[in-house]
Design a protein around this ligand. Structure first.
Ligand code: NAD
Length: 276
């Protein structure tokens, strides 16, 4: 028996990156999935490939009505909703605070944090009627440490971690689990978009990106979207049925601090200063 047999999931931001890898894995493991995204061309192409257990809906997660429509579609076409996976997101404006327009800040918070709140708001009545559910929110190591992102993204991701906790405490009493995942750096198109590159130009740089990302954490390889998808699969499945309110950090050890190699280099430098 596959891990998600009989389950229905909505994945936002499912046209690309972590969301796409998750949609592929969820379907492979028996789920029926609504892929919700604004990139219609890619979203529809992925959905076609995935076959009859996948549906695509143009869903701008900054719009309450769009999120509600995705949830309605899942229930109408697939008959239930077992997993709401709020994954859509993107970096904010990387600039000093004084240079960030308030609208830009609001936009990042809307995509990253407000969307997850809206999703829970509309998914919960259905999950309560069913007597179970799993909500997965996409957080980031940027939500609990500094130095990994712009201000608005970091703040919104911190909000996601806390929303996960507060919602878990309320909804756990209804057998609805709410958890989040905090990746470190994952090789996805997010970096292509942030750098304003074409897909083709980014594809050519991917080997270099992987090489570089491999140096960030003790696990000496780059994190791939599939690494995060496997964590999401576990949270969506009954194997994690006693996990609630968790921030599952999937970062190869990145957020624990310096790697041993960096530590040795730093200690060596201190030695040089002391001993000349
Ligand atoms: P990605 O750019 O590859 O995919 C993001 C998807 O979200 C795209 O398909 C995009 O079209 C969609 N999207 C953007 N705005 C949307 C909107 N308003 N409504 C609906 N869909 C929208 O990025 P990714 O790296 O796969 O990111 C997925 C999630 O993982 C994000 O929440 C991101 O913050 C988080 N994350 C990524 C990394 C990383 O290093 N890539 C690290 C930590 C957390």
């Amino acid at each position: 028996m596959a891990k998600l047999d009989g389950k229905v999931a909505i994945i936002t931001g499912a046209a690309d990156g972590i969301g796409e890898a998750s949609a592929r894995l969820f379907i492979q493991e028996g789920a029926r999935v609504v892929l919700a995204d604004i990139d219609d061309e890619k979203g529809q192409a992925v959905t076609r490939e995935l076959g009859r257990n996948a549906l695509y809906l143009h869903t701008d997660v900054t719009l309450e009505a769009d999120i509600k429509a995705a949830i309605d579609l899942a229930v109408r076409e697939f008959g239930r909703l077992d997993c709401l996976y709020s994954n859509a997101g993107g970096a904010g404006m990387f600039a000093p605070i004084q240079d960030i327009p308030v609208d830009a800040f609001d936009q990042t918070v809307a995509i990253v944090l407000r969307a997850a709140f809206i999703g829970i708001k509309y998914a919960v009545p259905i999950m309560k009627t069913q007597g179970s559910g799993s909500v997965i929110n996409m957080a980031s190591v940027a939500g609990f440490r500094t130095g990994d992102s712009d201000h608005s993204y970091a703040v919104a991701k911190a909000g996601i971690i806390q929303l996960t906790r507060t919602a878990a405490m309320e909804l756990g009493e209804s057998n609805i689990r709410v958890n989040c995942i905090s990746p470190g750096f994952v090789v996805t198109g997010a970096f292509q978009k942030a750098a304003g590159m074409t897909r083709e130009a980014y594809a050519r740089r991917i080997p270099k990106v992987k090489e570089h990302f491999a140096t960030f954490q003790p696990i000496r390889r780059a994190c791939l979207p599939e690494d995060i998808a496997r964590a999401a699969l576990w949270l969506a499945s009954d194997e994690s049925s006693f996990v609630n309110g968790a921030n599952l950090v999937v970062d190869g050890g990145l957020s624990n601090g310096k790697t041993w190699t960096q530590c040795l280099a730093d200690m060596g430098q201190i030695g040089n200063v002391l001993l000349g």
